[in-house]
Design a protein around this ligand. Structure first.
Ligand SMILES: Cc1cc2nc3c(=O)[nH]c(=O)nc-3n(C[C@H](O)[C@H](O)[C@H](O)COP(=O)(O)OP(=O)(O)OC[C@H]3O[C@@H](n4cnc5c(N)ncnc54)[C@H](O)[C@@H]3O)c2cc1C
Length: 376
């Protein structure tokens, strides 16, 4: 089967790329190893730039009524006095972003495939890639596909990256993220994150009655927390959170995700383009991984649109030039946060508390942080 673009992986990133380039008239096939469309239960934060991109490709209209806006972020250090808060009104915005169920974005994108004539193939796992001068052939467990380019949007353990021999740097954060939802009578539109002695704990509002929790816990403690009963776990969340929270009741199973960093050495070569987690995977403490992936999609689809697929070398070099530095900068910031807050040393702790408080007083610096978080 012959297409202009073959997309491997139908997560939010791959589906958004497929939809975006199909709107430009290119023929697109999306292949996924899953036997049915993905429907993730995780709730994620979507920033202003991602929302604008989803609006531009006419998908946001099907999500906006189920997305929950947040207009404040409060971050504090549990082991000191450091505190910083971000307010949408300070940035002249109506909100700082939205909390959305990942499955709702996946559904809205996949539902739009028919409209843009995208062919989806479930239960198709990529097993081989052959590159000729002008085509690329993808072997799957079922049949083979031919295209002008291949998009690797197959997540952190990308086969596209491995089969096209793109090397990567990777290391463990030695933490596991425990994700769970809680019913609560606390009603505001604020994301709260505290740096506890065992890792960052965030509560994000999902709607007026529920919050989702992401707690990245040092591995030596994570398994103990996973083995607790619901009541024991809820009481630990309350204890570590520090600030008073209204009645919390666990309303979902606890999911867990081992956390590690990954950066591909190049994001594009020989008709192969990596987008999203296949190219870069970062700590979830700033809730920016998916937003960075949508940033890749925005950039790559714009390059394809303005150059056409005959100018592959130009698209390849421009894509690498724009996306590698942005994502390396982001990875370095996450690493600095993770290391700074993992320090038990009293001087480092004093320094980070002062830095937090100084940043909170400096409006220009806060504005810079907000710009990074909303416009990545
Ligand atoms: C706890 C946690 C919280 C997070 N919170 C946020 C947040 O608030 N905001 C944010 O922006 N980001 C957040 N992130 C990051 C975000 O979840 C990821 O960056 C994003 O989901 C990656 O999407 P993707 O489409 O690149 O990959 P994926 O969603 O992993 O999709 C990959 C797809 O490829 C398919 N696939 C894999 N291998 C093959 C193969 N060989 N052949 C065919 N198909 C294949 C899979 O079946 C899957 O459907 C969080 C991450 C974690 C762990």
């Amino acid at each position: 089967m012959n297409y202009d673009v073959i997309v491997i992986g139908s997560g939010v990133v791959g589906s958004a790329l497929a939809h975006s380039v199909a709107r430009e008239g290119l023929s697109v096939a999306v292949l996924d190893a899953k036997s049915e469309p993905p429907n993730s239960y995780r709730h994620l934060s979507i920033n202003k730039k991602s929302r604008q991109f989803l609006e531009q490709i006419e998908v946001w209209q099907n999500i906006k009524n189920i997305a929950f806006p947040y207009d404040q972020i409060k971050v504090w250090d549990q082991e000191g006095t450091g505190f910083i808060d971000f307010d949408a009104t300070e940035a002249g915005l109506s909100n700082l972003g939205y909390i959305v169920r990942e499955g709702d974005i996946q559904k809205a994108l996949i539902d739009s495939f028919k409209k843009s004539d995208i062919q989806a193939f479930w239960d198709h796992s990529l097993e081989g890639i052959n590159i000729t001068d002008d085509r690329i052939i993808c072997e799957t467990n079922k049949e083979s596909f031919e295209g002008k380019i291949i998009i690797g949007s197959d997540g952190v353990n990308s086969q596209v990256r491995n089969l096209s021999k793109i090397s990567s740097r990777s290391w463990s954060y030695n933490q596991t993220a425990i994700v769970a939802n809680f019913e609560s009578s606390a009603k505001d539109n604020c994301i709260r994150q505290t740096f506890t002695s065992i890792g960052p704990l965030a509560l994000l509002p999902m709607n007026s009655k529920e919050m989702t929790m992401i707690w990245s816990i040092d591995d030596e403690y994570a398994y103990k927390f996973l083995a607790m009963t619901d009541l024991e776990f809820t009481s630990e969340v309350k204890k570590y959170f520090g600030e008073h929270i209204e009645d919390l009741k666990l309303s979902s199973k606890r999911q867990n995700f081992p956390l590690h960093h990954l950066s591909a050495k190049t994001f594009a070569k020989n008709r192969v383009f990596l987008v999203g987690d296949s190219a870069h995977h970062i700590h979830p403490l700033a809730g920016l991984g998916l937003n960075a992936g949508i940033g890749d999609v925005d950039c790559l689809s714009e390059l394809i649109k303005s150059n056409g697929l005959d100018q592959i070398n130009k698209i390849t070099s421009s894509y690498n030039r724009s996306r590698i530095p942005v994502n390396l900068g982001l990875a370095a910031s996450m690493e600095a946060f993770k290391r700074g807050f993992g320090q038990k040393n009293i001087w480092v702790r004093l320094l980070r508390n002062s830095a937090f408080n100084i940043a909170n007083e400096l409006t220009p610096l806060k504005k810079k942080f907000m710009k990074l978080a909303t416009e990545l």
